[in-house]
Write a protein that binds this ligand. Structure first.
Ligand code: HEC
Ligand code: HEC
Ligand code: HEC
Length: 447
C-alpha cells in the first residue's frame, strides 16, 4: 500500500471513529463506582470524582472563577493553548452539552461542535471511567458548579501548525476507548487502584514517557514503559514502578499511602508539579482509595533496574563533612547552603526536611527535578494536616550554575547514592526556561 493510500484510509477510519457517539454502558463494581467513597468523604459522588480527576489543576486558576479555565498550557512543537471554561455557563462553558456529548468529549476528545481537543486534556485516561462515575461527574458540573461568564482565550497556534484535525488520526494510534475492565484474578482493592491510577488519576500523563507523537508509551501495567518516569515542564516525574533505587521498590504500601495523603514520607517530600496533585487531588482521596492506588503501584515490577544493586547507606561523606574536609567537589557548597536543613549525613529531619540519602528522586537518571527545585524552590504541600511549615528555599540568586551543579552532583553521589554527575550547562538550560515558584499555599477551588 502506498503511503498516500494508507493515510487516506486512516483519515476515513478516523472520521468514522469520531462519529460514534453512543455513551458507554458499564456494570457497576466496587472498583469502578466511586459512590461509597464519596459518601465516606461526605460529598456528592460527582464532586469526589472531580477531585479524583483533578479537573481543578488545569481548569481553575488562582484569580479566576472555579473551573472557568484560562490556564496556559504548552503543546510541544506547536505553541500554546488555554484550558476552557467547564462551568455550566451556556455561552462560554459546557451548559449546552448533553450527557452523550459530554461522555464523548471526555473519552475521545471530540467537543460538542465537533472540534478535536489536543491531548493536553488527558482524555486517553478519562476514557477508562465507568458510566456511573461519568454520570455523577456530569451532574456535579451542571448542578453544583456556578456558571461563570468567563470567555475562553484563543489558542496561540497558527496556520500549518494547527493540527486539530489530525487528532482524529492521533486517536487511532494512541487512544484505547474501552472503559476499565476488572481483572478477576486480582483483589477488589487492586482493581480499584488500577482504575484510579490508569483512569481518573491520569498518573501516566506525567509519569509515563511519551513517544514520537507525544502519545504515552503505555496505558496499563502490561506495557513496560507505563509509569516508568518522564520529564515534563522541566520536572522529572520519577518512576513509580518497582525499580529498586530510583523507583518505589524500597517503599512499602503504607509509604505510598502516606506520601499521597500527606505529601511526604520517610523517603521524601512532594515537590514540583506533584504538589498540585497532592494538594488538589490525592490528599482528598479516602483511605480505602489510597490503599488501592498503593497496592496497585506496588504490584508494578522493576524495569530498568531489575538487576541493579539496591541502595546501601554509606557514611564516608558524613565523616568528611564533620571534619570540614571539603576535598570532594560540591562538599563545601553543600555544607554552607544545604546542610543546616538536610544535615551532614543527608538524613534531614524526616518527614519535614526530607532526607537526600537513599531518596529515589535524588537517584533518578534525569536530574531535572533536583536542578529545578534548587534553582526555584517548590510550592508548599497542603494536606489534611494543614500547610507544611517548611519548604525548600530557592537558590537562583545566591548560587551560580557551577555551584548548583556541584551541590546536586554531591548529593547524587554521597551517603551511598549512586547517580550521574550534573554539569553547569544542565543548570543553565533549566535556569533560562524557568522562574522561581510562588511561596504561598493554596488549594484550587472547584465550586
Ligand atoms: C492536565 C490538564 C487537564 C486536566 C487535568 C483536565 N483537563 Fe479538561 N481540558 C484541558 C485542556 C487543555 C482543554 C482544551 C483542549 C483544547 O483546546 O484542545 C480541556 C478541555 C475540556 C473540555 C472541553 C470543553 C469544550 O467544549 O471546550 C471538557 C468538557 C473538559 N476539559 C472537562 C474536564 C474534566 C471534567 C476534567 C476532570 C475530570 C478535566 N477536564 C481535567 C486540560 C485538562
Ligand atoms: C502533573 C504531573 C504529575 C501527575 C499528574 C502525577 N505526578 Fe506524581 N510526581 C510528579 C513529579 C514531577 C514528581 C517528582 C517530584 C516528587 O517527588 O514529588 C512526582 C512524584 C511522585 C511520587 C514520589 C516518587 C518518589 O520516588 O519519590 C509518587 C509516589 C507519585 N508521584 C505518585 C503519583 C500518582 C499515584 C499519581 C496519579 C494519582 C501521580 N503521581 C500523578 C508529577 C506528577
Ligand atoms: C531551609 C531549609 C532547606 C535548605 C537550606 C535546603 N533545603 Fe532542600 N528541601 C527543604 C525542604 C523543606 C524540602 C521538601 C520540599 C519542599 O517542601 O519544598 C527540600 C527538598 C529538597 C530536595 C528534594 C527531596 C525530596 O524528595 O523532597 C532536594 C534534592 C533538595 N532539597 C536539595 C537541596 C540542596 C541541593 C540544597 C542546598 C543548595 C538545599 N536543598 C537546601 C529544605 C531545605
Amino acid at each position: 500500500m502506498s503511503f498516500k493510500k494508507l493515510s487516506l484510509s486512516l483519515v476515513t477510519a478516523a472520521l468514522i471513529a469520531g462519529c460514534n457517539s453512543e455513551p458507554v454502558t458499564t456494570t457497576s463494581t466496587v472498583a469502578t463506582d466511586s459512590a461509597t467513597q464519596a459518601q465516606a468523604a461526605g460529598i456528592s459522588q460527582g464532586e469526589y470524582v472531580a477531585r479524583l480527576g483533578n479537573c481543578v489543576a488545569c481548569h481553575s486558576t488562582l484569580d479566576g472563577a472555579p473551573l472557568a479555565g484560562g490556564l496556559k498550557m504548552a503543546v510541544p512543537m506547536l505553541g500554546n493553548i488555554y484550558t476552557t471554561n467547564i462551568t455550566p455557563d451556556p455561552q462560554n462553558g459546557i451548559g449546552q452539552y448533553t450527557f452523550a456529548q459530554f461522555d464523548k468529549v471526555m473519552r475521545s476528545g471530540v467537543a460538542r461542535d465537533g472540534h478535536r481537543l489536543y491531548p493536553a486534556m488527558p482524555y486517553t485516561s478519562y476514557a477508562k471511567m465507568s458510566e456511573q462515575d461519568m454520570q455523577a461527574l456530569f451532574k456535579f458540573l451542571m448542578e453544583e458548579v456556578k456558571p461563570a461568564a468567563q470567555a475562553n482565550i484563543a489558542e496561540e497556534i497558527k496556520g500549518i501548525r494547527n493540527v486539530r484535525w489530525g487528532m482524529g488520526i492521533w486517536n487511532l494510534l494512541a487512544l484505547d476507548k474501552k472503559p476499565y475492565e476488572m481483572d478477576k484474578s486480582k483483589s477488589d482493592n487492586w482493581n480499584r487502584g488500577a482504575y484510579l491510577t490508569q483512569g481518573l488519576g491520569h498518573c501516566g500523563a506525567c509519569h509515563t514517557p511519551r513517544g514520537l507523537l507525544m502519545q504515552e508509551k503505555g496505558l496499563g501495567h502490561g506495557d513496560s514503559e507505563f509509569l516508568a518516569g518522564a520529564p515534563l515542564d522541566h520536572w522529572m516525574a520519577s518512576s513509580l514502578n518497582g525499580d529498586i533505587n530510583s523507583g518505589i521498590g524500597r517503599w512499602d504500601q503504607q509509604d505510598v499511602v502516606e506520601f499521597l495523603k500527606n505529601g511526604h514520607n520517610k523517603f521524601g517530600t512532594a515537590f514540583g508539579t506533584m504538589v498540585e496533585v497532592v494538594n488538589n487531588s490525592t490528599s482528598h482521596m479516602s483511605d480505602a482509595d489510597l490503599q488501592g492506588v498503593a497496592e496497585y503501584l506496588k504490584s508494578l515490577p522493576a524495569r530498568s533496574e531489575a538487576k541493579a544493586t539496591p541502595y546501601v547507606a554509606g557514611t564516608a561523606e558524613t565523616e568528611q563533612l564533620k571534619k570540614l574536609d571539603f576535598s570532594k567537589a560540591g562538599a563545601r557548597v553543600y555544607y554552607e547552603y544545604c546542610s543546616n536543613c538536610h544535615v551532614t549525613s543527608g538524613a534531614g529531619y524526616a518527614p519535614y526536611q526530607p532526607p537526600l540519602a537513599g531518596n529515589p528522586v535524588v537517584m533518578d537518571k534525569d536530574a531535572s527535578s533536583l536542578i529545578n527545585l534548587t534553582l526555584n524552590g517548590s510550592l508548599r504541600v497542603f494536606s489534611g494536616q494543614g500547610p507544611d511549615v517548611n519548604n525548600m528555599p530557592y537558590f537562583r540568586q545566591l548560587l551560580t550554575d557551577q555551584q548548583i551543579a556541584e551541590a546536586v552532583t554531591f548529593i547524587r553521589s554521597s551517603w551511598g547514592n549512586t547517580a550521574s554527575a550534573v554539569t553547569a550547562a544542565d543548570v543553565a538550560a533549566i535556569r533560562q526556561a524557568t522562574d522561581p515558584t510562588r511561596n504561598d499555599t493554596y488549594v484550587l477551588r472547584m465550586k
